[in-house]
Design a protein around this ligand. Structure first.
Ligand code: HEM
Length: 479
């Protein structure tokens, strides 16, 4: 049987509604019985100009949520697309058992597609995020102990300190993008973990220069020109254009830090991640090269802070638009109700997953129910659509932490951190940061609520972030 729903991309721009503005209480989530086949697979055979195809692909990348909600609203559980300059045919899935079949499959038949993701030209091909097979398993095994239980507890002091610093400088009475405030916290935390530094003021000049350069890259990545740069770099192994220029500067800074550490020769006496990488030996006893260490460092720096910062921003973007929930959350946190805080974080990551999709290559034909997808297709697992299935989450456009109180969601029903052998390495650290930062903000900051429409999602690389950065105004802050 062919796909139940195939979507002509050209028509997406015209039909798109804004999913993030769906009114609370509406039951127009996704999932449910399949509709008859509609449309035609968009592919190289379709007659249209190169420019039009490029515009459709750009629309897909920049309005991924709108396009997918729109396609899913016609029914069907497997949505098919083919993008100009993309990875070939794509099957979008968002049904828990279909997702489980892919993310828990042997890597030999469903490997991660991150080595082809927009992050590939930035983080390189040799990091834990982009490598495959044996190399990936070795990298994960090397790093995992630094992101588990006791190790995460050792980050707590830097999380507390960074949160305190951010609260001290937060202006009252003026709107600020919370993503920027949270980013300073999460960048300091991951920098402390990687370089073993208590705070920015204790950094060496080389480390400070690297931090500044990273922030510059992040600021650039929110500009419209960055979207064009992303498209230019799509599916490339090495960066081109402006991205290449930015990365050349960052690489110089990172290599200077690695060099400084090699010269100091104190890796054995330190317990930070850079020391771990400097000490690591391959099976034949060789140390990691500078370029391998660089790929790992930039992966952890980027994956390790932006995602968490934007989750904080989305949490308060939602809370300030749902005043009753905001009131309930403050009351809960102030009375030590940790379960409610946990439920709030789940609800925030359900309704606004910062990584809205993950991908695996299907190297064999795959049966999704009675819908067979041929080999060579990329399975795009839409976390966003999964999280808006009304059979799992009634009235999915409501913001209702109560739905998670006393509930442990299944691993393929709520999956902000992905799943299987590629599940987010930093999930425990991210949760520790979120508990502290969101908890402290609820305890000590009094924010203005608003009846302004929800912030539009902006798709940046693999992330979905609030367009205005989660703009909030503090009425008062307990410093
Ligand atoms: C709220 C914050 C975060 C979210 C929502 C998030 C989400 C994700 C997702 C969805 C994946 C892909 C999983 C898959 O393909 O199945 C991933 C991978 C990864 N994340 Fe996170 N992440 C967060 C924070 C962090 C932090 C703090 C770190 C710390 C270093 C981190 C490091 C990584 C790494 C290294 C990978 C690649 C894992 C692999 O391929 O084996 N992330 N993350």
């Amino acid at each position: 049987m062919t796909s139940r729903l195939t979507t002509p991309l050209d028509s997406c721009a015209a039909r798109t509604r804004h999913w993030h503005l769906a009114p609370p209480g509406s039951d127009s989530g996704v999932g449910g019985p399949a509709a008859a086949p509609t449309g035609a697979v968009t592919g190289p055979g379709a007659h249209r100009s190169r420019l039009r195809a490029l515009a459709s692909s750009a629309h897909f990348v920049t309005h991924l949520g709108d396009v997918l909600f729109d396609a899913a609203s016609s029914g069907g559980e497997v949505l098919r697309f083919e993008l100009y300059g993309g990875p070939g045919p794509v099957a979008v899935i968002f049904e828990p058992s279909y997702i489980k079949s892919v993310v828990t499959a042997d890597e030999a038949i469903a490997p991660s597609a991150t080595h082809e993701s927009p992050l590939r030209p930035i983080v390189g091909g040799e990091s834990v995020l982009t490598s495959l097979g044996r190399r990936h398993r070795q990298q994960r095994a090397l790093l995992m102990p630094r992101f588990h239980g006791r190790s995460v507890a050792s980050y707590q002091q830097s999380i507390d300190d960074a949160t305190e610093t951010a609260l001290r400088s937060w202006p009252v009475g003026r709107p600020v993008p919370l993503a920027i405030i949270a980013q300073q916290i999460t960048l300091d935390v991951i920098m402390a973990g990687i370089f073993g530094l208590p705070e920015p003021s204790a950094m060496t000049p080389a480390e400070t220069a690297m931090r500044i350069e990273l922030l510059r890259l992040l600021r650039f990545s929110t500009t419209p020109i960055a979207t064009a740069t992303q498209l230019m770099n799509a599916r490339r192994e090495d960066p081109v254009g402006l991205l290449k220029l930015f990365l050349r500067r960052i690489d110089r800074r990172i290599l200077a830090v690695i060099d400084e550490r090699r010269t100091a020769g104190d890796a054995g006496a330190r317990d930070d991640i850079l020391a771990l990488l400097l000490e690591a030996r391959t099976e034949d006893g060789a140390p990691l090269s500078d370029s391998e260490i660089r790929d790992e460092l930039i992966t952890l720096l980027l994956a390790g802070h932006e995602t968490t910062a934007n989750t904080v921003a989305w949490t308060f973007e939602r809370l300030t638009r749902f005043p009753q929930v905001y009131g309930r959350a403050r009351e809960a946190v102030r009375s030590g109700d940790d379960d409610y805080l946990e439920a709030l974080l789940n609800e925030s990551m359900r309704s606004r997953p910062v990584v809205p999709a993950i991908a695996r290559h299907l190297l064999e034909p795959w049966d999704f129910g009675d819908d067979r997808v041929p080999d060579g297709v990329t399975a795009l697992i839409s976390i966003l659509l999964l999280h808006h299935r009304d059979d799992l989450y009634p009235q999915p456009f409501d913001f209702r932490p109560e739905r998670f109180v006393g509930v442990r969601p299944g691993p393929h029903e709520l999956m902000p951190f992905g799943g299987g052998n590629r599940r987010c390495l930093g999930a425990a650290l991210a949760m520790a940061e979120l508990r502290t930062v969101v908890g402290e903000l609820l305890r000590r900051v009094d924010l203005q609520t608003t009846d302004a429409p929800g912030e539009a999602p902006r798709h940046r690389n693999v992330t979905m972030i609030p367009k205005a950065g989660g703009r909030v105004t503090a009425r008062s802050i307990q410093r």
